[in-house]
Design a protein. Structure first.
Length: 54
């Protein structure tokens, strides 16, 4: 996954990859550098909006 993110850098005008993490995946994503982001969508209970900065 990290290799895919590195491959995306510089190939898009986007500044981040956004995703919504399930409760049991949040610690994993935090460990690999994902950070929380604000979100205006209603997510299922326990889910967290996160992003990888490119």
């Amino acid at each position: 996954m990290l290799a895919a993110i590195e491959h995306c850098k510089g190939k898009s005008e986007k500044q981040a990859i956004w995703l919504n993490a399930a409760p049991n995946a949040i610690p994993f994503y935090q460990a690999v550098g994902r950070i929380s982001r604000s979100n205006q969508q209603t997510l299922p209970q326990g889910f967290s909006a996160m992003q990888f900065l490119l």
